[in-house]
Design a protein around this ligand. Structure first.
Ligand SMILES: NC(=O)c1ccc[n+]([C@@H]2O[C@H](COP(=O)([O-])OP(=O)(O)OC[C@H]3O[C@@H](n4cnc5c(N)ncnc54)[C@H](O)[C@@H]3O)[C@@H](O)[C@H]2O)c1
Length: 350
């Protein structure tokens, strides 16, 4: 057995440790803190390396790599999206990610990101809604009651002040699960039997369904004036949730247009369809909501900078609190050029 040196070791956050970290901090506190890190990075948007994520599509799903760097740290996430997975007892979305030091290229954190993606997606949605939703928003319709739905609800509660969530899913069992999970968490829950019923009286409408097709979760005539739509389930070519007519009536806000035009709701529109980049709204360079009757629409597909913020947040928490194990991940020969010698010396005599 060869004992690895300190330089060989990289902190690794397992699913178990991530769950312990969330409970230690408290889920709503963590969502608020994460939203703060994400907002901070949206304010530094221009200095990041940015490219649309690298997607490998199949008939049943997609596998994506999402890299970015702020010049000091480099991060990437591996993530999949397979809507058929839940029927086989698997998650639709799973992920892991890594943060590295740009100066040495050495990884400084490896972490599970399935839970972290749900947290960062919810924190991003709520951070955006804080800027765009009507100030009086207290009711959200949550259409699609799968893995992301409770996280979305709690982030909107903690960051925007949502008090009531109106749930709808084509599968009533998903709505029952979501309602049971949210019981006692300080949100009043209304189970609905149609999307029309779910959006009654809601100032925020979140669509977070999973289906590999151009679905119409919201048709044009369903959406009245003065709402904020948080559309996050449509995030792949050929996978959308909204009728095109809604996009024509709304002001559309996006993360990174080059990626959203391929993956988001706006893939249905002309290539020059006008959109506003969210970082410009946050910096006060472009207006967000202008009046009470406007329909604002966040066409959220998930961008690498949000995962970078989440990795940065977990790195800081791990430094302060632990909740990581050390992985023997990097070869560290005594003489950096003698990698082969290290291998030879590690041979146990027969
Ligand atoms: N934008 C982002 O950053 C981001 C991040 C994570 C996930 N996502 C996407 O969000 C979606 C949901 O993810 P999840 O992990 O919650 O998936 P999930 O499979 O756990 O849940 C999806 C739910 O949608 C329901 N559904 C499907 N079609 C519906 C319809 N027509 N009307 C109402 N409900 C319907 C399903 O029954 C299921 O309960 C996926 O498409 C995923 O790719 C986006």
């Amino acid at each position: 057995m060869n004992t690895p040196s300190d330089k060989a070791l990289v902190p690794f956050v397992s699913v178990d440790n991530m769950m312990r970290l969330v409970h230690h901090i408290g889920i709503e506190a963590m969502l608020v803190e994460l939203a703060g890190y994400i907002e901070e990075d949206f304010k530094r948007w221009e200095l990041f390396d940015k490219s649309p994520r690298v997607a490998s599509h199949s008939d049943v799903g997609v596998i994506e790599l999402m890299p970015t760097s702020d010049g000091e740290a480099y991060g990437f996430k591996y993530v999949n999206g397979h809507p058929k997975n839940t029927s086989e007892g698997l998650q639709t979305v799973t992920a892991f990610g890594l943060l590295a030091d740009v100066y040495t290229g050495y990884p400084v954190l490896l972490t599970e990101m399935t839970l972290l993606t749900a947290l960062r997606t919810a924190a991003t949605s709520a951070m955006v809604a804080k800027h765009l939703a009507p100030k009086s928003a207290t009711t959200m319709a949550m259409i699609g009651n799968g893995a992301q739905s409770e996280f979305q609800t709690l982030a909107m509660k903690a960051i925007v002040g949502v008090e009531t969530v109106r749930l709808y899913d084509v599968d009533a069992a998903a709505t029952e699960k979501c309602a049971a999970n949210l019981a006692g968490l300080g949100v009043s829950v209304v189970k609905c039997s149609s999307p029309e019923e779910a959006i009654e009286g809601a100032q925020i409408i979140t669509t977070c369904t999973a289906d590999k097709k151009n679905a119409v979760i919201l048709s044009d005539n369903m959406v009245g004036a003065g709402v904020h739509i948080n559309a996050i389930g449509g995030d792949c070519p050929g996978k959308t949730e909204l009728a095109a007519g809604i996009l024509e009536r709304a002001d559309v806000f996006v993360e990174f247009p080059e990626q959203t035009r391929v993956e988001g709701e706006i893939q249905q529109m002309a290539v020059d369809f006008p959109v506003t980049e969210m970082w410009e709204v946050i910096l006060g360079k472009k207006p967000g909501r202008l009046d009470d009757r406007q329909i604002t629409l966040f066409d959220g597909v998930g961008f690498a900078i949000e995962d970078f913020s989440a990795l940065r947040y977990v790195r800081d928490q791990v430094k302060a609190l632990g909740f990581a194990e050390m992985l023997d991940m990097l070869a560290d020969p005594d003489d950096p050029r003698d990698l082969f010698g290290m291998l030879q010396r590690s041979k146990t005599p027969a």
